[in-house]
Design a protein around this ligand. Structure first.
Ligand code: HMG
Length: 362
């Protein structure tokens, strides 16, 4: 049985501001945001828009474009670090709004930005283990906010990617995958804290170590594969420069020439980061936005490497392959970008000052 993705839905937040404007507000050179970190826009949930709205709307879009119905869903799993409650899973808020109930497994997965990937892998493993004719609704969703004045404030963002896991209608997902984890405090958010605590250099180094170990494991196991084999190489993108740093690290580990390095970067990485650059760090949705963009541009039979990283830290790499169908989910991105409102720096500053408590419970 070939397991894969049958439908994809994306929801971007309704408000945004340019990263460089946040940098200017905080007295940071604008070029640090645009060149130093490679950031462009920060997507923001304002005016009562919540993580639940993002998740529900992404899910609705995935379901609308799908040839199945709610009765065909046997599992809903939400990967997030923007949870609303210590006990009630975010999936319950989403399932309630979708009116999805009955013989449905419903839960939330947490592991920083790695949560969406874990949710997807669990859905794949559930499908294989149970041979269920039903599908799983997987949603990777997050709202990323840092304390006002924190250097990472310019990397903030938000977004949701919903995927219906069943047959390989859009892509197949390789059952083999290559995880690497190492417990550490590189980025964490203690219970009740609105903002994360970050050990910046530890997080950068952990990310590099994770890439090296995961790609080594993939190429040791699948000797028929090389970087050439992929149409695109997608990474978790906390900010675009992190992805370039990770790929530069891989170039050293795998001995690329400078020419090869630049060619891979231009052909296989840069074109699939433009949606990320429109929303900033969407935490667990970040990798899946890049993968969704890569799938939209891939032809039948082309392979995509998916590298997931979540602080704490856990990481995983695996390969998916485009099967067929159209990239209808690109319309979601187009629609949301056309409709979203760009706010002024004054509006941003006033609003961010009020975000000093956990999100309100419904
Ligand atoms: P920082 O210390 O503010 O920045 O950290 P910096 O001084 O290292 O500068 C960054 C880059 O900007 C440097 O370039 C500078 O030279 C350049 P590089 O050396 O890297 O090539 N720069 C300039 N360039 C042009 N003109 C200028 C200028 N000034 C400086 N005037 C950082 C920045 C975002 C890393 C930090 O704020 C941070 O800690 N961020 C949060 C953690 C993070 O994003 N870590 C990444 C890996 S961990 C991860 O991805 C997980 C995460 O998504 C969470 C989760 O899993 O849930 C974060």
């Amino acid at each position: 049985m070939s397991v894969g993705i049958e439908s994809i839905g994306i929801k971007l937040p309704s408000f945004a501001i340019e990263s460089r404007k946040i940098a200017k507000l905080r007295g940071i050179p604008e070029e640090k945001a645009t060149i130093g970190l490679g950031c462009h826009m920060v997507g923001l949930c304002m005016n009562q828009e919540t993580v639940v709205d993002l998740a529900v709307n992404a899910a609705k879009r995935a379901i609308e474009q799908w040839d199945g119905c709610l009765n065909d869903i046997g599992m809903i799993v939400v990967g997030t670090e923007s949870s609303l409650d210590e006990a009630r899973p975010l999936s319950a808020w989403v399932a309630e709004r979708l009116q999805l109930n009955g013989a449905v497994r419903s839960y939330e997965v947490k592991h920083a930005c790695y949560a969406g990937t874990l949710a997807l892998r669990q859905a794949v493993e559930w499908k294989v283990a149970t041979q269920s004719p039903k599908c799983a609704l997987v949603i990777a969703v997050d709202v990323c906010l840092y304390e006002p004045g924190h250097p990472a404030e310019i990397t903030q963002g938000a977004g949701a990617v919903a995927m219906i896991v069943g047959q390989d209608k859009i892509c197949s997902i390789d059952l083999r995958s290559y995880p690497y984890s190492e417990p550490c405090f590189d980025f964490w958010r203690p219970t009740g804290h609105a903002f994360p605590i970050v050990d910046s250099s530890k997080s950068l180094n952990a990310y590099l170590k994770a890439t090296e170990n995961c790609f080594n494991a993939l190429f040791l196991d699948q000797t028929d594969l090389s970087f050439e084999s992929f149409k695109s190489i997608c990474f978790h993108a906390p900010f675009p420069k992190m992805v370039f740093k990770a790929f530069k690290h891989l170039a050293t580990v795998f001995n690329f020439s400078e020419c090869e390095h630049q060619k891979f970067l231009c052909d296989k990485i840069l074109p699939f980061l433009t949606w990320n650059k429109e929303v900033g760090n969407a935490y667990s949705a970040s990798l899946w936005l890049s993968v969704a963009q890569a799938l939209d541009q891939a032809n039948t039979g082309e392979k995509i490497a998916c590298f997931s990283y979540g602080s704490g830290f856990g990481s995983e790499l695996f390969v998916i392959e485009r099967t067929n169908g159209s990239g209808f989910w690109a319309e979601d991105v187009k629609t949301d970008l056309a409709k979203r409102k760009e706010i002024s720096i004054e509006e941003y500053d006033n609003w961010h000052k009020l975000v000093n408590h956990p999100p309100s419970r419904q």
